[in-house]
Design a protein around this ligand. Structure first.
Ligand code: LLP
Length: 417
């Protein structure tokens, strides 16, 4: 949900910090992702305050929004990064993040990803299989290095969220289940170029109930005891991300402070530095997707459509996860309509909302699709020959272009004559 102090209506027109969204649309065109820098910072500071009682280190999960300026905003606050590929590692390094503050996840790291991570000197790689551990050991040996690793444990906890974003269940591909951990510890005793110093989990995303973390943590604490008695020096305990945000005001997210209260007593028994990997929590509600109404149409059944210039290529979450995104008219109206808000892409799944009550915006007016800061621009595509949207970041009275809109030339630049 939008922080109305950072996205206020002034004289009936929606703004981001000190700048009206109308003037941003005039200056940069639409569709346009508009991010409030101060909203990002507020979320990070709130997270840090909630867990201030624990020895911990927060690694922003850059997959949620990997724009260099977003990564940098957190890094300047002292935050590290969680990356999932060589490409994300490249982005974090380009943003100026200290490699010693970067951790790498990923169920299918390629040999190139692993070599890049090792030669960059990142803090640790989290392995998800015995084969991957052997692979890391071989590559580290070839490079003459000894590498810190974590193991991602699959705690077999099915967190209640959308099935596509639950990851801690043993039917999912992620992590190593309890039954195989004995083999992992045995293998690790024989590998000379890796050193186990972290236990890791990530049970899913947009998790409202702290009980799921609690259950998974209890299992991970047992693993910690086993690992220590096998002689491993576990210094980090990584509990992943997944902390929720409010998309729909009817379904408010559990406050982060509640998770902190519930989990701190367990986490402080570990005698480790706790690693957190929040993505969505830090970014989702700091960005809106600004889009212009192209057409309105009413069909013979009386159904209303508002056709806008943004589409599923900019924000695929409604199509992929049936997710709710609030939609506001940039200029407030006194009357409302009930309509489907849809994009220009040739798919019936290309919608932002169905049967939604919105202000009765006319053609040419602007709408703001909310909660577009996590898993939005990062999941965008050029499908239908569409140009990826531009992105701006607002800080007080200043707006800065942080990503140019794609051009037609870019659409074909990698194709060979
Ligand atoms: N750590 C790992 C290992 C992850 O896989 C993820 C997210 C995170 C941290 C950050 O999770 P968060 O704090 O953002 O919940 N595209 C989906 C979400 C996919 C999440 C993938 N992994 C969506 O739009 O809802």
């Amino acid at each position: 949900m939008l922080d109305s102090t950072l996205f206020p209506y002034r004289d009936g027109v929606l703004s981001c910090e000190g700048i009206s969204l109308g003037s941003l649309a005039d200056d940069y065109g639409t569709p346009l992702f508009v991010t409030s820098r101060n909203s990002l910072l507020n979320q990070y500071r709130r997270f840090e305050k909630a867990f201030a009682g624990l020895p911990h280190f927060t690694c922003y999960s850059v997959k949620a929004n990997f724009n260099l300026h977003v990564i940098r905003a957190f890094a300047e606050e002292g935050c590290g990064c969680d990356v999932n590929s060589g490409g994300e590692l490249f982005r974090a390094l380009q943003a100026g993040v200290d490699p010693g503050k970067i951790i790498m996840a990923g169920v299918g790291k390629t040999p190139e990803d692993i070599e890049y991570a090792i030669t960059s000197g990142i803090l640790l790689l989290k392995a998800e299989s015995l084969s991957e551990l052997r692979q890391i050991d071989t590559i580290a040996g070839r490079l003459g290095r000894k590498v810190c690793v974590g193991i991602r444990v699959n705690p077999n906890v099915t967190a209640e969220t959308h099935p596509y974003i639950t990851t801690g269940d043993s039917k999912e591909k992620f992590g190593i289940g309890e039954a195989d951990l004995g083999d992992v510890f045995e293998l690790l005793k024989h590998l000379e170029h890796v050193e186990l110093n972290c236990l890791d989990m990530h049970i899913g995303s947009q998790i409202f109930d702290a009980e799921f973390y609690h259950a998974a943590l209890e299992m991970l604490l047992d693993v910690l005891a086993t690992a220590r008695s096998a002689g491993f020096d576990i210094r980090y305990f990584d509990i992943g991300g997944g902390f929720p945000v409010t998309y729909d005001p009817q379904k408010p997210a559990t406050p982060i402070e509640h998770f902190a209260d519930k989990l701190t007593p367990l986490l402080e028994t570990t005698g480790t530095t706790i690693l957190f990997e929040p993505g969505r929590f830090l970014t989702a509600n700091s960005t809106i997707l600004l889009t212009r109404v192209l057409y309105r149409k009413r069909n013979h059944t009386g159904k209303e459509f508002v056709i806008v210039d943004a589409g599923m290529t900019d924000l695929i979450r409604p199509a992929l996860y049936q997710s709710h995104h609030e939609i506001l008219a940039v200029r407030q109206h006194d009357t409302t309509i009930v309509a489907d808000i849809v994009g220009p892409v040739c798919e019936s799944g290309d919608f932002f909302a169905r049967e939604r009550t919105v202000d009765s915006v006319g053609e040419g007016e602007l709408l703001a699709v909310l909660s577009a800061g996590a898993y939005s621009s990062v999941m965008s595509s050029n499908y239908n020959g569409r140009l990826r949207a531009a992105e701006v970041m607002v800080d007080g009275e200043t707006a800065k272009l942080i990503r140019r809109r794609d051009t037609y030339e870019q659409l074909i630049q990698n194709e060979v004559e």
